[in-house]
Design a binder for this molecule. Structure first.
Ligand SMILES: [Fe+2]
Length: 164
């Protein structure tokens, strides 16, 4: 089905972020395992649980609105996950890899934040009130994760990477 209307675009965008979240549920455990800093590992583990809930929220939107998601793979998230994996493969475990992992995770979070922001705007235009409510909950989690990662980068991991 080609994308012609705003409603088509909403479904396409929702399908895209659904794929992105599913990819994150696979990459976050790897990022947690690659982390040395316990607080960073805990942040990844916490966000894994949240991400599983975010997938369920989309399932809930699909169920209540009768939307049929497209089977697409989010190429942007695939690229971001791939870059993160390259760093895991190339950098020795420790504070420098931790710093790289934070950056990789924040790139993914920023992609998600932009995606949910657009979806919420579209949903509002289309009068998808219930969907917007659920998407806004997820957006808040993504923003909180992004902020937690920023704090970790400043407070702990960067200091360790500098040898302090
Ligand atoms: Fe997410």
């Amino acid at each position: 089905m080609p994308t012609k209307t705003l409603n088509d675009l909403f479904i396409h965008s929702l399908s895209d972020i659904y794929s992105a979240e599913k990819q994150m549920t696979k990459s976050l455990p790897k990022m947690a395992r690659a982390s040395t800093n316990p607080a960073l590992r805990a942040a990844f583990e916490k966000h894994l649980v949240e991400t599983q809930g975010q997938v369920q929220r989309i399932d809930q939107i699909v169920e209540t609105s009768g939307i049929k998601l497209k089977r697409i793979k989010c190429a942007a998230m695939e690229g971001l996950v791939e870059e993160g994996q390259e760093e895991i493969d190339e950098i020795e475990k420790g504070p420098v890899l931790d710093t790289a992992l934070i950056a990789a995770a924040q790139k993914a979070e920023h992609y998600e934040i932009a995606s949910y922001g657009s979806l919420i705007a579209l949903g509002n235009q289309l009068g998808e009130t219930e969907a917007v409510k659920l998407l806004a909950e997820t957006l808040q989690e993504e923003k909180a994760t992004d902020e937690a990662l920023s704090l970790l980068a400043v407070e702990k991991v960067a200091a360790e990477a500098m040898g302090k």
